[in-house]
Design a protein around this ligand. Sequence first.
Ligand code: OOG
Ligand code: MG
Length: 258
Amino acid sequence: MTEPFEILFRAQTTATAVPQLTADTPFDLPGAYRIQRAVAELRYAAGERPTGFKMGFTSRAKMQQMGVDEVISGLLSSSMAWLDGDIVDPTTLIHPRIEPEVVFRLGRDVDPQESADSAAGAVDAVAAGLEVIDSRYADFKFSLVDVVADNASAAGYAVGPWQPPAGDLANRGVVLEVDGAVAETGSTAAILGDPWRAFAAAVRLSRSLDVALTAGQVILAGAATAAVPFRPGTSVRATVSGLGTVTLALGVSGGGSS
Ligand code: OOG
Ligand code: MG
């Protein structure tokens, strides 16, 4: 029998949509995180390495867009780590969406015993980010446990120039542009009131899930705005006031479209 984690691993690595797993196999939230982890272990066995931890649904804008009202997390790995300015291959994605992120970088390992406050001292840089989400479920529709099993829809991310982590991160303007036109605007205050709260939530959640946060890894705080479709042939840019800008483009597959 094909296990849920095998179905999702195949869906993620072949960019093929599948029906929601809970339609056939009910599981609870801890079970969903176990599936998420098992899929990641298959990725690591295939040569990927962990690159960080992402938070999801830390803003009302995201919760409302997707009909989910609990903060979740996902595991970032090397095939998802793209560079600022990259042109992404559209054949690796199903129905991608793009969203602006605030990103933290760890300058040292986080001790599993340390408080979230103390762990904040491990952050050596912050930056604006772009996240590409690509639910492996048909029509981008899912329940809470389904999206957790599917690694919080993680597909890829890019980070802009790193900045020193000095200063307040709350209340900074966020702009998402598609081909130079403003698509979404928001404020980092939408991210649990302050992106540092999302960082603290990441520290707590990673500990309860027994996920190590190590030097050099990144933590995505969760989008402040709704996600927008990432269409082939378009270029997107996220700007967070005082943090800078990051861009990604989606290539055109097969030619012919513009
Ligand atoms: C789940 C991922 C949510 C965020 O920033 O809130 C997320 C989804 O919307 O499919 O990454
Ligand atoms: Mg996100």
